[in-house]
Design a protein around this ligand. Sequence first.
Ligand SMILES: *[C@@H]1O[C@H](CO)[C@@H](O)[C@H](O)[C@H]1NC(C)=O
Ligand SMILES: *[C@@H]1O[C@H](CO)[C@@H](O)[C@H](O)[C@H]1NC(C)=O
Ligand SMILES: *[C@@H]1O[C@H](CO)[C@@H](O)[C@H](O)[C@H]1NC(C)=O
Ligand SMILES: *[C@@H]1O[C@H](CO)[C@@H](O)[C@H](O)[C@H]1NC(C)=O
Ligand SMILES: *[C@@H]1O[C@H](CO)[C@@H](O)[C@H](O)[C@H]1NC(C)=O
Ligand SMILES: *[C@@H]1O[C@H](CO)[C@@H](O)[C@H](O)[C@H]1NC(C)=O
Ligand SMILES: *[C@@H]1O[C@H](CO)[C@@H](O)[C@H](O)[C@H]1NC(C)=O
Ligand SMILES: *[C@@H]1O[C@H](CO)[C@@H](O)[C@H](O)[C@H]1NC(C)=O
Ligand SMILES: *[C@@H]1O[C@H](CO)[C@@H](O)[C@H](O)[C@H]1NC(C)=O
Ligand SMILES: *[C@@H]1O[C@H](CO)[C@@H](O)[C@H](O)[C@H]1NC(C)=O
Ligand SMILES: *[C@@H]1O[C@H](CO)[C@@H](O)[C@H](O)[C@H]1NC(C)=O
Ligand SMILES: *[C@@H]1O[C@H](CO)[C@@H](O)[C@H](O)[C@H]1NC(C)=O
Length: 499
Amino acid sequence: MIFRLVVLFILVLTTSNVFLYASPGNDTDQHALLSFKAKITDDSLGVLDSWNNSIHFCQWKGVTCSRRRQRVRAINLVNKNLRGTISPHIGNLSFLRGFYLYNNSFHGSIPNEIGRLFRLQQLNLESNSFEGGYPANLSHCVRLTNISIYDNKLEGKLPTYFASWPQLYLFALGKNYFTRSIPPSIGNLTLLHSLHLDYNSLVAGIPLEITHLANLELLALAVNNLSSMIPLALYNMSSLRIVSLTQNELEGTLPGDLGITLSQLQEFYIGENRFSGLFPPSLANASNLVNFEIWGNNITGPIPNNLGNLPNLEMLSLSQNLLGGGNNRLIDDWSFFDSLVNCTYLQYLSLNENSLRGQLQMSIVNLSTTMEVLYMYTNQIYGGIPREIGKLVNMTTLSLFGNLLTGTIPGSIGELSKLGTLDLSTNGISGVIPPSVSNITQLYFLALRCNMLQGSLPPELFTITTLQEVDLANNRLTGVIPVEIVFSYQLFILLLTQN
Ligand SMILES: *[C@@H]1O[C@H](CO)[C@@H](O)[C@H](O)[C@H]1NC(C)=O
Ligand SMILES: *[C@@H]1O[C@H](CO)[C@@H](O)[C@H](O)[C@H]1NC(C)=O
Ligand SMILES: *[C@@H]1O[C@H](CO)[C@@H](O)[C@H](O)[C@H]1NC(C)=O
Ligand SMILES: *[C@@H]1O[C@H](CO)[C@@H](O)[C@H](O)[C@H]1NC(C)=O
Ligand SMILES: *[C@@H]1O[C@H](CO)[C@@H](O)[C@H](O)[C@H]1NC(C)=O
Ligand SMILES: *[C@@H]1O[C@H](CO)[C@@H](O)[C@H](O)[C@H]1NC(C)=O
Ligand SMILES: *[C@@H]1O[C@H](CO)[C@@H](O)[C@H](O)[C@H]1NC(C)=O
Ligand SMILES: *[C@@H]1O[C@H](CO)[C@@H](O)[C@H](O)[C@H]1NC(C)=O
Ligand SMILES: *[C@@H]1O[C@H](CO)[C@@H](O)[C@H](O)[C@H]1NC(C)=O
Ligand SMILES: *[C@@H]1O[C@H](CO)[C@@H](O)[C@H](O)[C@H]1NC(C)=O
Ligand SMILES: *[C@@H]1O[C@H](CO)[C@@H](O)[C@H](O)[C@H]1NC(C)=O
Ligand SMILES: *[C@@H]1O[C@H](CO)[C@@H](O)[C@H](O)[C@H]1NC(C)=O
């Protein structure tokens, strides 16, 4: 009995305490919110009209309160077309856990008072125009799980106090103006899953410590000035799903067993760097792979002939490398191609500017009908274009120029009705231009120059109203320019020289 009374007494005490304590807190929160509103200079959607004294601030648009204490727990004003700066009073919302201003026009610096929000877990200031340096006091917000200030105008160096955020899951400072190197202390973010530092001006190497991030799934460092070798241990990070390093000055070779060590890989982008060495033969082991982009490096060797084991593959971008069997004429560099017919979602395939020698595979017509873009120009492909090429009904771009192709242009080309660009220049193609081209009703770029085409210009060609550029120079065409040319009212270049 005595025990019960004591318990009751404590309960009463606690409740009244909370009550007494809550009122001044409420005033602080309301005052802080009104100060926040006061710094908004443009609210074209009238979102903050409801932020007035006629209703409790917990009912204001975008404000969420804790039920018990009636203290502001979250501010969510994403996509609200707001312009202004963040008032330093924000630091008084001491119960704030989520602060979301994604996609507005906030500018000015991010006030250091934000560091007083020691309960803050989610900070999303993405897609605004915040300027100045990184708010150093954010290191005091030790409960942060997500920090995104992606797509702003912040400058200076990246923070170094990563050990302050033991729970951080997402760190996104990409698309800003950060300079200097990636601090090694980033390896202290033990729970990090996503790291976005892409589209800055970061220099020097990728620190080895990044490979200590055992939970990292997404690593985005594209479009910086990073250099040197990638730490080899990075290829051992089996948690990685998305790796984006495009447009840097990174070097090194891709390990042969990459497809095995990075077994979860879905997207891999290293285009426009200085990688060399052999194409990894094990790639097809990464069975979840969707996008693979290595264009613009110095990668050599044969393309493995089992890529058809990648059932989800959508994009394979291998152009501008040194792929191919080199001078060994016994190797058919195109034998890998047949296997690609198994990739039922393939949309984009670029193989241009390599030294791939061999016959144009008949299997080209059995590629998935989802195919949209096919770049195979500037290689050493011979043979004819198969008659059934018209099966690839979704194609928008077909470019085969600068090869050794012979034979004629199949009439079925007219079935590629979505085609915008058709380039077969600089080959040994003969015969006439098939009248069926008039069925390619969205064609705007047609290049057939430097071939051995004969006959007259098909009048039907000029019934395509979208045509902008037609290059038929250096062929054996005869006759007059058809009167139908008046229909091609967008046509601004027509080259017929040397016919
Ligand atoms: C205050 O907010 C309420 C609720 O949105 C709104 O109905 C009222 O018009 C507002 N009052 C003023 C003076 O803006
Ligand atoms: C950004 O917000 C504006 C205004 O509400 C909206 O029209 C636009 O669709 C949003 N953009 C994105 C990418 O969410
Ligand atoms: C809130 O924050 C501002 C600026 O940081 C400060 O001047 C003010 O004293 C704080 N306290 C209250 C109760 O508003
Ligand atoms: C930032 O943190 C320092 C301590 O590291 C503190 O002295 C200072 O008052 C803080 N600044 C603001 C604006 O809260
Ligand atoms: C935190 O970031 C992760 C990864 O992008 C995302 O899945 C999650 O929804 C984010 N959490 C919040 C509350 O925004
Ligand atoms: C943070 O990282 C640095 C550099 O890797 C390391 O020297 C330091 O010990 C780490 N600190 C903590 C608290 O883990
Ligand atoms: C990389 O460095 C060059 C020269 O220093 C500079 O012109 C370029 O803008 C930089 N690129 C990026 C993405 O920072
Ligand atoms: C990668 O992992 C393998 C197997 O665990 C190990 O033998 C190798 O030394 C590791 N490589 C690096 C660079 O960490
Ligand atoms: C490829 O190698 C050549 C010759 O060593 C070099 O000049 C060129 O810059 C390299 N290209 C790339 C993208 O690394
Ligand atoms: C293509 O798919 C078939 C049927 O699923 C399979 O037997 C064959 O091994 C695959 N070929 C390649 C090269 O992936
Ligand atoms: C053409 O592409 C679209 C979009 O990728 C796809 O939905 C459609 O199924 C494709 N058509 C064919 C015949 O594959
Ligand atoms: C254009 O396509 C239609 C329908 O497929 C076909 O009947 C016609 O013959 C084609 N035109 C030419 C010039 O091939």
